[in-house]
Design a protein around this ligand. Sequence first.
Ligand SMILES: Cc1cc2nc3c(=O)[nH]c(=O)nc-3n(C[C@H](O)[C@H](O)[C@H](O)COP(=O)(O)OP(=O)(O)OC[C@H]3O[C@@H](n4cnc5c(N)ncnc54)[C@H](O)[C@@H]3O)c2cc1C
Length: 511
Amino acid sequence: MRWGGWGDPDRTATLPESVTALLGSALGVERPGQPIPDAASAKLPPSRITELPGADSSAGARLAHLRGKSTPDLLKIRAGDVSAVPDAVARPESHEEVVALLAECGQRGIAVVPFGGGTSVVGGLTPETGKPVLALDLARMDQLIAFDSESRTATFGPGARAPQAEKLLNQRGYTLGHFPQSFEYATIGGFAATRSSGQASAGYGRFDELVVALRAATPTGTIETGRAPRSAAGPDLRQLLLGSEGAFGVITSVTVAIRPVPEVKHYEGWTFEDFAAGTAAMRSLAQDGPQATVLRLSDEFETAIGLSRPGKLGHGAGGCQLILGFEGTAAEVEAKRAAAGDRLRALGGEPLGTEPGEAWAHGRFSAPYLRDALLDAGALVETLETATFWSTIPDLYEAVREAIVDTLVEGGTPPMVLCHVSHTYPAGASLYFTVVCALGENPIEQWDAAKKAASEAIASAGGTITHHHGVGRDHLPWYAAEIGPVGVAALRAVKQAVDPDGILNPGVLIP
Ligand SMILES: Cc1cc2nc3c(=O)[nH]c(=O)nc-3n(C[C@H](O)[C@H](O)[C@H](O)COP(=O)(O)OP(=O)(O)OC[C@H]3O[C@@H](n4cnc5c(N)ncnc54)[C@H](O)[C@@H]3O)c2cc1C
């Protein structure tokens, strides 16, 4: 992973001239951002962890586990702030080693941060604690532990990165179908710990829906869940570990449902006059079928910039663009395409053919690389997401846009606010906002103000504070309000049962 940025260090993005010009003319971007300093120049606080067997307190290891990948995380690195660096890194190879490490850390008062791909965007890797901090990197626990073609399940170690897991399944004729934008780096354990949702969630489901069984090491012992695909043996304890963000235990294996590799993948583009018409069409497909695999609508602003097809940034269009994808056998795909086409036409959609769909599929993991280029150019870019019921979407959409625009205009940096809908359910959908503006004098405070205003707007409009990024530290106040005092007390009671000394990710998830 690129130090201080995103992705493969050998693959950098260059902004098209049209976009650079737009940054100046529309957003008043005048001067470049702070460059990423050389990691070798970082002045680290001395490590407080010594003589922990297997722990690595070298500067390189500590810096590679510094924070996650939100824009504030990256801005802090650009500003030379390495204060949140862990004291050491451990790389266990087995469940038993994790159990032993947790016991030792409990005795010595060391906080433990489970570290998967390090792609958290909500402060999930920066605990709030006075304790020494150990990053527990799960990369060595990356095996395909079991494969059951009859039940169509596969069990992975938590550190298996998504491309590796997908490759191992593909070699056997199967797919997980989980493709979040962080696909290149995020891990199976991280997906479970954050309830991730991928770009093909309409067809394959969210990651939490794919999980059949989980095993976790906690400071008080091992917990195993998922003896059968469904059970009436009390509440489903898998749900305690899904979304637990390292606060209840270290997930050491995950069993997931898998599907045969689809014979055909077909992605196409449609255009709608406006966001209301586009969301109405999505709702129709989500509620009455045919079930799409990928369903993704960009609002007028995202369509105009061309971000709906990151590889073609700067080549925007009017209206609202919808990407519609089907995967399956040739016959299934053909039948669904035809039926969906009739429905979308009847709801005012115009077909754009396969080119937009293929451009989206080709560039689907490239947008995060653009963020580094924008930060270099002097633009602040960050995203936030929520979910709500269909009936609330129009109000929530307007309220969030208005809150972000008003806050940033007041601060002297008018933004572009773009939005897409990319995870749909019969009852509602998730809204994903991208905000771009000129970097202000204090970009961390600038973004904090906008994010706070957006979060208040989400809460007031009745949305959830997060649909798939998780709670981390950034969403804690709104999460506490969302689940209420009884919910908070229940979470704290579980925490007390599994982690009485509070060593697991202190300050993350539990209000
Ligand atoms: C550019 C970019 C694009 C993204 N796109 C998406 C997207 O499309 N969909 C989506 O859902 N998310 C997305 N995310 C968010 C992020 O990728 C997800 O939250 C992902 O699931 C995190 O996986 P990870 O392996 O990187 O976990 P990490 O970032 O390493 O950890 C995330 C949290 O889980 C905990 N954790 C990690 N592994 C374990 C474990 N084995 N046991 C217990 N706790 C653990 C950590 O302590 C931390 O609190 C994106 C992030 C970025 C930077």
